[in-house]
Design a protein around this ligand. Sequence first.
Ligand code: SF4
Length: 100
Amino acid sequence: MEFVKGDWRIGASCRSEDPEQLFVRGAEQRKAKIICLGCPVRTECLAEALDNRIEFGVWGGMTERERRALLRRRPDIDSWQELLDTARREHADLEECQVS
Ligand code: SF4
């Protein structure tokens, strides 16, 4: 599924969910992440949160605490969107090679 940059929310698995489910605190966030499993726009969602330093809620299957830890580990990343897009493309290429 391809999305034009900026309209990724159209494909969000959580679109029909109560938004309050994703903006919970503490251990409840671990449960909230389940909604993100299999979401077709998980990469875009995570990149949006990381690039914009969004601090609250579950985004892209990561809790705010997990995102903070990731940002601390990788202060060198200027564009998470670019990094995650590249990783996804490389993964798709690898899968294609394994099939053919
Ligand atoms: S990754 Fe999770 S929070 Fe982000 S759009 Fe998908 S379901 Fe919603």
